[in-house]
Design a protein around this ligand. Structure first.
Ligand code: ATP
Length: 236
């Protein structure tokens, strides 16, 4: 079994007095694609925020590549190689596609701007266009590409295909498969089970700020009861 890269241990998180994360424990190992599933409001986004320092855990621990990062600032965590592609994508609308990439690019990244253009040819076609002129799908591609040129050791994606047309979803899934094939581990928040099925090695389900299920892809695929109970889907 490969080494553990990210360990989240019994993390409790609050927004003011609201106790949102109630003891989240999960891990991501080298080379794995892991999904974080659960209904709206289950705490998925809050979990990745607590990992990336945007919601400091009140108690519990987050360890990344052997270093305890609980309580670190978001930019320090990002520098360690933990990349979050947030739901709102965070593109600079007034900068061109290429400028968005250049700002994020680091020399030590194994991914050059040319490399990401190979995965996302649409971005190369639109390299001189402003970020604000891109379609939702293209903005998502740019957000992922920007994370890659920033030398990530782990990629966290918050609902990358939400609200996108099926043909674009297919395109992004194919691109994520290419990225997965390079061995970079991915923690994926996703509501679209078909997407999860195509990409993931393992799944966690959150409910009310706790992990209520942890299983391999094959276990999960065969477990209609779990899918129905926690996700409310009839996944046939
Ligand atoms: N900034 C905030 N202030 C107060 N409460 C918040 C804040 N952000 C989220 N919450 C609450 O925390 C809970 C968990 O939200 P979170 O966004 O982590 O869930 P989620 O599983 O990602 O759901 P979704 O798919 O709807 O984004 C919800 O009850 C939500 O209303």
């Amino acid at each position: 079994m490969s080494a553990t890269l990210l360990e989240v241990e019994n993390v409790h998180g609050y927004y003011g007095k609201s106790h949102i994360l109630q003891g989240v424990t999960l891990e991501v190992r080298e080379g794995e694609v892991v999904t974080l599933l659960g209904r709206n409001g289950a705490g998925k986004t809050s979990t990745v925020k607590s990992i990336s320092g945007l919601l400091a855990p009140r108690t519990g621990r987050v360890r990344f590549a052997g270093t305890e990062i609980s309580g670190w600032q978001p930019h320090q965590i990002a520098q360690l190689g933990l990349a979050l592609v947030p739901e709102n994508r965070g593109i600079f609308g007034l900068l061109s596609v290429e400028e968005n990439l250049r700002i994020a690019a680091r020399k030590r990244s194994p991914w050059s701007i040319k490399d990401v253009y190979t995965i996302f040819p649409r971005l190369e076609e639109r390299r001189r266009n402003g970020g604000g002129q891109l379609s939702g799908g293209e903005q998502q591609m740019l957000a992922i590409a920007r994370a890659l040129v920033n030398a990530p050791k782990l990629l966290m994606l918050d609902e990358p295909v939400e609200g996108l047309a099926p043909v674009i979803v297919e395109e992004i899934v194919a691109q994520l498969k290419q990225i997965r094939a390079t061995g970079i581990p991915i923690l994926l928040i996703e509501q679209n089970l078909a997407v999860c099925t195509e990409l993931a090695d393992r799944h966690y389900i959150l409910e009310l700020g706790r992990v209520v299920y942890n299983g391999t892809h094959d276990e999960f695929a065969a477990d209609e009861i779990t899918k129905d109970r926690y996700l409310g889907v009839n996944a046939h």
